[in-house]
Ligand binder design. Structure first.
Ligand SMILES: C[S@@+](CC[C@H](N)C(=O)[O-])C[C@H]1O[C@@H](n2cnc3c(N)ncnc32)[C@H](O)[C@@H]1O
Length: 324
């Protein structure tokens, strides 16, 4: 296992509350994605979780953690809802049913570091959160580096050095995540992860999400050319998200050596880009959001046939790991 020291990551909180731009009102893709594998998660729990053994060793309490929760929807026992400290926990708590049959706790902090005591969790769940990097790789912001990502906001159609910098950062983050969860989960406990991903062997530039991020970069550059924002602002902006393939995730899990892989598959549906608004407005300011999305929608019309040719047969990564 790797060394456990880890710098506190940057946080890119989702928009809180329940207004028009809030995550609550703009997360239908994530909800559909998690719902699509709900029945499979039920089956995996029934098949893989040794409930009797876990209960006998945990003095009758079953502890569940939802990492990168934002929303809710965990029905029973003792449930820990984790997100960055800057997350809108008030909205989360207010949305829990008053008559709930479980104890609810908010846990602030990054899931790339330790959140819980040793061997204190039985089931850990995380949906649409692990694609978030703890930070933008530093070389992307260095003009003298081969990974200087000028005029783009992502790695989808960027030179190899840029993509490699993202891959390396993602590997560091997942390594830290798995190291921490390996300490926190009881032996036999399950780790269920749902995240946007890419199928093995499909280049990032050929995916729908990759094409969307390219369009977004082009729209921002268009606005820079018209002086609405500066080019330097675009050059220093990179979306801190990464979409891994099952092959990459398998290698990272195997390297950790604490989990058996019970499921590792690409499923439908395809990811949306609902959660980008918070990240973009943090860098460019909220004033540009309406103009940007107007341009984005117009441009999407122009490129619609190109979008249709992109890989679109499922890009949700569904993973079930068991602590061994
Ligand atoms: C797209 S939302 C997903 C929310 C919810 N799980 C769902 O499926 O709708 C991603 C959430 O992950 C949180 N997040 C991202 N990185 C995190 C980290 N390192 N530690 C804790 N939460 C994190 C974000 O703050 C955000 O609330």
């Amino acid at each position: 296992m790797s060394n456990n020291t880890y710098t506190v990551p940057e946080s890119y909180p989702m928009n809180g509350g329940d207004g028009i731009n809030s995550y609550t009102k703009n997360s239908s893709f994530q909800r559909a994605g998690a719902n699509a594998v709900k029945a499979v998660i039920d089956d995996v729990i029934a098949e893989k979780l040794d409930v009797e053994k876990i209960f006998s060793s945990s003095k009758g309490t079953f502890r569940i953690a939802d990492l990168g929760c934002f929303a809710f929807e965990m029905p029973e026992f003792q449930v820990f809802f984790n997100d960055h400290a800057s997350n809108d926990f008030n909205t989360l708590f207010a949305s829990l049913p008053p008559e709930r049959s479980y104890f609810a706790t908010g846990v602030p902090g990054s899931f790339h570091g330790r959140l819980f005591p040793n061997f204190s969790l039985d089931f850990v769940y995380s949906s649409y959160a692990l694609q978030c990097l703890s930070k933008v790789p530093e070389e992307l912001l260095n003009k003298n580096s081969a990974a200087w990502n000028k005029g783009r906001v992502h790695y989808a159609s960027a030179p190899d050095e840029v993509a490699q910098a993202f891959t390396t950062q993602f590997a560091k983050d997942i390594t830290a995540f798995l190291d921490c969860r390996a300490k926190e989960l009881v032996v036999g406990g399950l780790l269920v992860l749902i995240m946007p991903g890419v199928p093995n062997g499909i280049p990032h530039s050929s995916t729908l999400t990759g094409a969307i991020f390219d369009f977004l970069g082009q729209c921002l550059m268009g606005m820079a050319k018209e002086g609405l924002i500066s080019e330097a602002q675009v050059d220093t902006f990179n979306l801190p998200v990464y979409f891994a393939s099952p092959k990459e995730m398998t290698q990272l899990v195997e390297r950790n050596e604490c989990f058996s892989i019970e499921r590792m598959e690409i499923t439908l549906p395809c990811a949306g880009a609902d959660d980008l608004i918070g990240i973009i407005s943090k860098h460019f300011g909220v004033e540009i959001i309406d103009e940007l999305f107007e341009r984005f929608c117009k441009k999407q019309g122009d490129f619609i046939s190109m979008l249709e040719s992109k890989y679109n047969e499922g890009d949700q990564l569904f993973i079930v790991l068991k602590r061994i």
